[in-house]
Design a protein around this ligand. Structure first.
Ligand code: G3I
Length: 316
């Protein structure tokens, strides 16, 4: 049986899935996770709250479990994420920091974590979700305390700790050309001009049928390629208003096919990761009540039209 990973590899790409520690006790789940994909992303286990629950006290349990499983299955790992305003530990959010203090905290977090996973991960989402929808900087604790330079610093610190890891900035709603993706384009151009170690832009691609398909995706991937940057679709899902109907599932399949073809059309789009592969473990229903059915496998692990559309796109 040819897998999505096999088919992606024929194009020099990978096909990945996110996963999370609690699901790993589900044998039906891990069987497909281990077979079908060649890239794995921990959905939560490498985030700051999980890895540094107390200041200076690091816990690699969750991340290591997933890295070890991936290694046993001959899969690579896209590591996620070092600097994000969400899922921060209480010790960090619960007090005020001077710029010097926070800079030291940030540097220590990044370098300790990247060093721990050095040689074991293919790429890092170094900074996640740094911009607002209108392309202004998101006013996170890092931005407010350190200014926009925290992004270049984070990339440099990560690069020192693992010179071989591919370093990404990652965000949602940047699939189409628009104010938010323009902000990444402008920042990436500046960072490259300054010699900052940035290797790729991750487009999360949390799409929703009711909001329309990002038709300028391929054009957007191309402009980043012209900056000599890789791109990746890092957290793909296509949610819909429930109930799922045959028509919605067919439209969803078309979108999965289209985004796969867009990536294959641009040489520096290195691969696609779905934000878990089965509706059984999707984050969508908990965050968007009344929506779901966003992934290529259903809750019973049956392949949906979306799976076949991805396969057909990869078959060319
Ligand atoms: O760990 C607790 C557990 O102890 C508790 O019993 C349970 C009850 O709700 O919650 C657990 O924490 C949850 C955590 O995932 C771990 O499962 C949080 O409530 C839940 O909010 C959290 O959701 C994660 C979300 O990021 C947080 O923003 C999702 O699993 C994860 O898939 C999602 O991933 C993000 C990417 O990192 C960045 N891009 C967007 C994407 C979707 O939001």
């Amino acid at each position: 049986q040819t897998t999505l990973a096999d088919l992606a590899q024929r194009h020099g790409r990978y096909f990945g899935s996110a996963t999370d520690n609690p699901e790993l006790t589900d044998a039906a789940y891990t069987r497909i996770l281990g077979n079908e994909f060649d890239m794995i992303t921990p959905g939560n286990g490498m985030k700051w709250y999980a890895t540094e629950p107390q200041q200076g006290v690091f816990d690699w349990t969750a991340g290591d479990e997933i890295v070890n499983l991936a290694r046993a299955n001959h899969q690579k790992v896209r590591a996620h994420t070092l600097v994000w305003h969400s899922q921060l530990p209480g010790w960090l959010t619960g007090r005020e920091w001077t710029a010097d203090e926070l800079r030291a905290v940030l540097k220590n977090h990044i370098q300790t974590e990247v060093r721990h996973y050095r040689g074991k991960v293919y790429a890092w989402d170094v900074v996640n979700e740094a911009f607002n929808e209108d392309g202004t900087y998101r006013e996170t604790v890092f931005y407010k305390t350190l200014g926009p330079g925290y992004i270049a610093d984070a990339l440099r610190w990560a690069h020192q700790a693992d010179p071989r890891a591919r370093l990404y900035l990652n965000d949602y709603n940047i699939e189409a050309v628009g104010p938010k993706s323009d902000a990444y384009y402008d920042l990436a151009r500046q960072l490259k001009a300054q010699g900052v170690p940035l290797h790729g832009i991750g487009l999360q691609a949390h799409l929703a049928l009711q909001y329309g398909y990002p038709t300028t995706l391929e054009e957007n991937l191309r402009r980043f390629a012209r900056l000599r940057l890789d791109t990746a679709l890092t957290e793909v899902d296509v949610r819909m208003l429930l109930p799922a109907t045959e028509e919605k599932l067919a439209q969803q399949a078309e979108w999965y096919g289209d985004l796969t073809r867009a990536c294959l059309a641009v040489r520096r789009c290195v691969g696609i990761t779905v934000w878990d592969y089965t509706d059984k473990y999707s984050w969508i229903p908990a965050f968007f009540p009344g929506q779901g059915a966003a992934l290529p496998w259903d809750e019973e692990f049956a392949r949906k039209p979306a799976y076949y559309a991805i396969r057909d796109a990869l078959l060319g």
